[in-house]
Design a protein around this ligand. Sequence first.
Ligand code: PMP
Length: 378
Amino acid sequence: MSSLSVLPPECLLQPFPVPQRLMLGPGPSNVPARIAAAGAQPMLGHLHTETIEIMNQIKSGIQYAFQTRNRVTLAVSGPGHAAMECAIFNSLEPGESILIAVNGIWGERAAEIAERIGTDSVFTRKPGTKIYKVVFFFTHGESSTGVVHPIDGIGDLCHKYKCLFLVDSVAALGGTPIFMDEQGIDIMYTGSQKVLNAPPGTAPISFSERACQKIFNRRTKPISYFLDLNWLANYWGCDDKPVRVYHHTGPVSSFYGLRESLAILAETGLENSWKRHKEVAEYFHKGLEEMGLKLFVQDKKARLPTVTTIVAPPGYDWREITGYIMKTYNIEISGGLGPSAGMVLRVGLMGCNSSKANVDKVLEALAEALKHCHKSRV
Ligand code: PMP
């Protein structure tokens, strides 16, 4: 007779087979065998010499992917949101202001994060008090609407007004050009689970000297201990201190995977990767239009090559379409998010998933879905 009142759950006593699925939503993307195998290598201590060497290689890989020479370049242990909070929590102190360009969910989220630390993003002040804007937040690839924003010129403008330029490139990095140093970006982050094709859970981020000047001379400590850049910079060997001090136990296996994904990007070459994503996206867009579907972003140059938004076909329930494609083809595509919810279907073609063969598969699945799903006549 067991003394335990809660018994081992029956569900955990059976194996759980995970299906193979073609992940063509806005992320996570499929993880190639090489990256999965890297993640399955033996466990090491998070401060062992080899782990530190892997972290150093990750830093170099991020510098290449971001086109930056920033010393403070690392991967946050967490998803894209962790990097978002790391960027905002470190660069702003309570009472300071952030200017946010909002044309999709990511600007909205940034505003919500900033608000939580008593930062002003709406720019209302009592008459007679001054507004200081210290950070400008901009989303490079708006995955909720499928828009890629041009970055040129904004960095100079920000610096002219003593403002840091913060860019979210979670959904775009590696799939479309960005040059952190040349474009005057002060803080930029991405996620592991999109073009990089690593599992979700690590988020590359980089800080310019200008950003570090502000961050390392704060009056107050950042609200988050876990995301405090003083600690993270030391853990990643980006400060001048001779030893790395224990801050948290880094996700060692995820670092193996991230290293491998950055190695694949380095072997492929950024320019080749950008070119392939562009060509595959254009091939997809042409196929969609030939089927009579409409792209949500009308300006061709503003279409994000990694995540395509398709106007939800009139008369259909978009959920039935995504459900049919999942059930019949084992392909994930998704609906809209935030402001685009109910308005679009979203298809991600990122990293290893960016291929004409995948486009053909998803076009066929969409055509069949439109034949088989219910269409209202009203
Ligand atoms: N920013 C953008 C542009 C994104 O597309 C996403 C993920 N969809 C995020 C931030 C957040 O990333 P995560 O889901 O990994 O937290």
